[in-house]
Design a protein around this ligand. Structure first.
Ligand SMILES: NC(=O)c1ccc[n+]([C@@H]2O[C@H](COP(=O)([O-])OP(=O)(O)OC[C@H]3O[C@@H](n4cnc5c(N)ncnc54)[C@H](OP(=O)(O)O)[C@@H]3O)[C@@H](O)[C@H]2O)c1
Length: 260
């Protein structure tokens, strides 16, 4: 077991990539603290992990809320006495629209969840990672905003995903003195429930048509499974990645190289 008795905190751990990462880490022996806004899905994830013989706790709430995030970190440390791994993963696509049509409130919602949520999760975890003598943070960003800039309407989302990578690079330098590694996973198209938090509007007003000679994803011409992204998170969280920090890892079947 790669993560035996480690304590991992995963935001957005009730669904998609976060849930797959929670299950993958629990299978490797980690105790899991997770959050998401919908309580019943959090409980389903906890039940899945407990069904595998693992331990998990869920505290439903919003990652953009500082009190909630601080409370989640405290709950994990109170239950298991330490914190080793942090995965700021919770995110939404939000509104996909022409820049002139995005309202300031819509812009803020995407950034509050994707960027402020990442900041809060790392901020409140740091004292406990330091107390544990080090740790591993794996931020879930995207190909959008980092290698892909051609998805019309994705401006707010892409800026938030680029900000996560910059945040991780700043943090990698700052936190290295305490043996805290931080890396970024940049998935391409992945089969999850993110469509529920995706609101396209008026994109045809700005779209430039493109025709591809073949499928859009070079490697095996398919989307990733959430487990394939989770395996990369698991690798970065584990001691096998002991000298990797400040690095983003693309898990996209060369989609962004082809399409970017
Ligand atoms: N799927 C893809 O193709 C893809 C590609 C690149 C990157 N990503 C990134 O992968 C990450 C995970 O997304 P996913 O694809 O696995 O989507 P998902 O299935 O919708 O999972 C997103 C998770 O985040 C939670 N969440 C959303 N807003 C939240 C908030 N304000 N506070 C707390 N939890 C919140 C959701 O639960 P609630 O809605 O109940 O809060 C859910 O648990 C995101 O950061 C996304 O940008 C996804």
């Amino acid at each position: 077991m790669k993560l035996k008795d480690r304590v991992a905190l995963i935001t957005g751990g009730s669904s998609g990539i976060g849930r797959a990462a929670a299950v993958a880490m629990a299978r490797e022996g980690a105790n899991i603290a997770l959050t998401a806004r919908r309580a019943e899905r959090c409980e389903e994830a906890v039940a899945e992990i407990e069904g595998l013989g693992g331990q998990a706790l869920a505290l439903p709430g919003d990652v953009a809320n500082a009190e909630h995030v601080a409370g989640l970190v405290d709950a994990a440390v109170e239950r298991w006495g330490r914190l080793d791994i942090v995965v700021p993963n919770a995110g939404i696509n939000g509104v996909f629209a022409p820049i002139e049509d995005i309202t300031p409130e819509e812009w803020d919602q995407t950034h509050n969840i994707n960027v402020r949520g990442t900041f809060l999760t790392v901020k409140y975890a740091i004292p406990h990672l330091r107390a544990a003598g080090g740790g591993s943070i794996v931020v879930v960003s995207s190909v959008n905003g980092n290698r892909i800039f051609s998805n019309f309407g994705f401006t707010s989302y892409s800026c938030s995903k680029a900000a996560q990578v910059t945040f991780a690079k700043m943090a990698a330098v700052e936190l290295a003195q305490w043996d805290i590694r931080i890396n970024v996973v940049c998935p391409g198209a992945t089969k999850t429930s993110i469509g529920e938090n995706t609101f396209p509007r008026n994109i045809d007003k700005i779209r430039i048509p493109r025709e591809f000679p073949q499928g859009m994803i070079p490697l095996q011409q398919r989307a990733a499974s959430a487990e394939e992204v989770a395996n990369t998170i698991l690798f970065l969280a584990s001691d096998e990645a002991s000298y990797i920090t400040g690095t983003e890892m693309y898990v996209d079947g060369a989609l962004s190289l082809f399409q970017g």
